[in-house]
Ligand binder design. Structure first.
Ligand code: SAH
Length: 358
């Protein structure tokens, strides 16, 4: 089994992040019964155990052996927790076993509390409107570190409170594809959790071949595509990754995804003054939306001032509220489903695109 750097600590394998099959294989590789893999899966991902000691259906000798030969069960520790007095949005700051800081956000809404997970420390994509992009890329998170954000946070709430998960925190999930996929498989195999795959959204800046690969896994999670401009030249200025995977290629991948998984695509659209809120932007957006089952999530642009941006990033300003409302109204008149993500947590720098840690 291939293990990456971040799944080995002090030369010991970290089992958190292994899928059910990988755990069964692991136990067979150490001459134990394969069903021990199932037991470990349940303890780690269903009962959310913190130590081997609690796993009392596993024989004591095996528990001792595992605690001596493998890494810790928890791959993250909670550093701070900050709640916005305005909206109740809570930002959690975690530290990985190798000393990196990551953030996750809980957004409470009536009947549907949403958890926003990070998939990388920093991000390599350098989108000009995003604070995480400005901090640069540090490393990929392991599937264990992705899952443990859910684990440590869900323990702070009543069971079943967190119903939706969005992979929209720090990083680009489809660049850290292997570990993102493993974390999705863990949620999928977890019969007891209140998280259903159709309540998980993976947000991407547009890594076309990986969108197709994700469709072919059959996992049927939702895709949120960060569109932000329907014109390649503008989109490339905002999101340099568009040079590598232009709109046409991404739209083809998204059509494939929608058809293959029978899911509706969400387009995210951050409104930036004079950049993507003009008349021609509106008409092009309508054209794209009419070509497939989708909805648009309009996001007011959140300030990057706390990052002291320079260059093009410093020029970006939010579209004024009245113009956002008029844009949204006009889209609705075209029978397009639009939600406006009212900014939540900007007072604690936990809103979309504001996550960054030095
Ligand atoms: N890399 C993924 C997921 C992280 S970003 C992606 O690009 O989709 C999650 C969402 O927040 C994306 O739609 C992103 O474009 C948006 N976002 C980034 N910076 C923002 C900002 N300053 N204001 C509002 N939304 C922002």
């Amino acid at each position: 089994m291939k293990s990456e750097d971040n799944t080995v600590i002090d030369k010991k394998l970290v089992l958190k992040g292994y899928t059910l099959n990988e755990l069964k294989e692991y136990f067979s590789s150490i001459d134990e019964k394969r069903f021990r893999g199932e037991q470990l899966f349940n303890w780690m991902y269903r009962h959310l155990a913190d130590t081997y000691d609690e796993m009392d259906s596993v024989p004591k000798v095996l528990r001792v052996k595992l605690s001596e030969t493998t890494g810790p069960i928890n791959t993250l520790s909670l550093v701070t927790k900050t709640t916005s007095p305005q909206s109740g949005t809570t930002k959690f700051l975690f530290e990985t076993l190798d000393g990196y800081k990551i953030e996750s956000v809980v957004i409470p809404e009536e009947n549907r509390t949403t958890l926003c997970l990070s998939t990388q420390v920093g991000c390599p994509l350098d989108c000009k409107f995003c604070a995480t992009g400005l901090m640069g890329y540090k490393k990929n998170l392991s599937a264990g570190e992705i899952f443990d954000q859910y684990k440590l946070i869900s323990k702070e709430y009543e069971k079943g409170t967190i119903k939706n998960i969005v992979y929209m925190g720090m990083g680009e999930p489809l660049i850290n594809f292997e570990q993102t996929l493993k974390s999705l498989r863990i949620f999928a195999e977890n019969v007891d959790t209140s998280i259903r795959l159709k309540r998980i959204s993976v947000s991407t800046a547009g890594i076309a071949p990986k969108i197709i690969e994700l469709a072919d896994t059959g996992l049927r999670v939702k895709i949120a595509f960060s569109l932000h401009s329907c014109f390649d030249d503008i989109r490339s200025r905002l999101m340099p990754i568009n040079e590598k995977y232009p709109l046409k290629e991404n739209l083809r991948a998204i059509h494939y995804y929608a058809k293959k998984t029978h899911t509706r695509i969400s387009f995210e659209y951050v409104m930036i003054d004079g950049i993507n809120d003009r008349e021609e932007d509106f008409f092009e957006l309508v054209k794209i939306c009419k070509s497939l089952p989708c909805k648009i999530n309009v996001i007011p642009f959140n300030s990057l001032e706390h990052m002291n941006p320079t260059g093009f990033s410093a020029e970006l300003k939010p579209t004024p509220k009245e113009r956002i409302e008029a844009f949204v109204e006009a889209l609705r008149e075209q029978n397009i489903i639009v939600t406006v993500r009212f900014t939540q947590g900007d007072d604690i720098a936990a809103a979309c695109g504001q996550l960054a840690y030095p």
